[in-house]
Design a protein around this ligand. Structure first.
Ligand SMILES: [Fe+2]
Length: 294
């Protein structure tokens, strides 16, 4: 048996031990962990009985590492009903409570604004998002997607509205003001030159949003730097505070030379080249960013 198949055999024993023990089964009750564990198990079994090449073993190693991270995270949440405690069922978003009294941001923001903004406007986004999610679920179960474009727009508008306001309440506080400290301050200075030039840029971005919208300081996990962005309305079809996993380019440049105006054929064929291990990997990494669910 080669070194490579030896390693695959060890991984497969490790997984078997997880599936065979009660404690292990409890930890993998999270569907995401369960699917990943099965996926690693199948790959390990296949590689231990073949002559795997280095790339295949690296892939197995990568997935086994991922599984081990997910197992640790699942163990951390076990005391809180496991994964169920950390996800919002379809159509069941809730208005998060304001983390301080309605009048505590006065005189900067009046109590009257805070009451209207939180209780009426934010609540409407929560209701709108719940409705859109339920209608999209209905479309899936009835296989009737004729109004999908409308509900996707609603999901983006109300979803971004809900998620951005949830962040907004948290990043304000009566004890606020001053400057960030430590690592964040150093990152701001690195990416914008100085705190003052960051503040100027952010304020200008906010003042210059065309019509209604937001200014946002964002962390780009791709380029590993801070960036300032504007959002018109809440979204323009994105849902801020989400991480893309599977994306399909339907600009003409992606298919026109080959498919002409037949976008539908391109979309149908495209599924044959989707590489799910990469999507799974992105999802496993994305799931490590966790905020309190609302
Ligand atoms: Fe608002």
């Amino acid at each position: 048996m080669s070194h490579f198949s030896q390693y695959a055999a060890e991984v497969s024993l490790w997984i078997k031990a997880i599936f065979d023990s009660e404690a292990g089964r409890a930890v993998i009750s999270d569907p995401a962990v369960y699917d990943l564990a099965n996926n690693v198990k199948e790959l390990a079994i296949r590689l231990e009985s073949s002559e795997p090449i280095e790339e295949e073993i690296q892939e197995l190693q990568r997935r086994a590492d991922m599984l081990s991270v997910r197992l640790k995270a699942a163990q951390t949440h076990k005391g809180k009903e496991g994964w169920r405690a950390v996800s919002v069922p379809i159509g069941q978003h809730k208005l998060p409570p304001l983390p301080y009294a309605y009048n505590s941001l006065e005189p900067v923001i009046s109590e009257e604004i805070m009451r209207l903004h939180h209780d009426k406007h934010h609540k409407a986004y929560v209701d709108g998002l719940n409705k859109a999610e339920l209608m999209m679920e209905k479309a899936r179960s009835s296989n009737d997607f004729s109004l999908l474009k409308h509900w996707e727009k609603e999901a983006a508008f109300h979803g971004s509205g809900h998620y951005l306001h949830t962040i907004f309440w948290g990043i304000m506080n009566p004890k606020g003001g001053g400057k960030p400290t430590g690592a964040l301050l150093r990152q701001i200075e690195k990416d914008f030159g100085s705190y003052d030039s960051f503040k100027k840029h952010f304020s200008e971005a906010a003042k210059q949003v065309e019509g209604v919208g937001w200014a946002l300081l964002v962390w780009s996990s791709r380029s590993r730097k801070l960036e300032i962005l504007q959002s018109e309305f809440h979204m323009n079809l994105t849902q801020w505070d989400t991480i893309p996993l599977l994306v399909l380019d339907v600009w003409e440049h992606a298919y026109y030379l080959q498919y002409k105006n037949n976008r539908a054929d391109y979309v149908e064929n495209w599924w044959k080249v989707v590489y799910w291990p990469n999507v799974e990997y992105r999802w496993a990494r994305a799931k490590q960013v966790q905020w309190t669910p609302f």
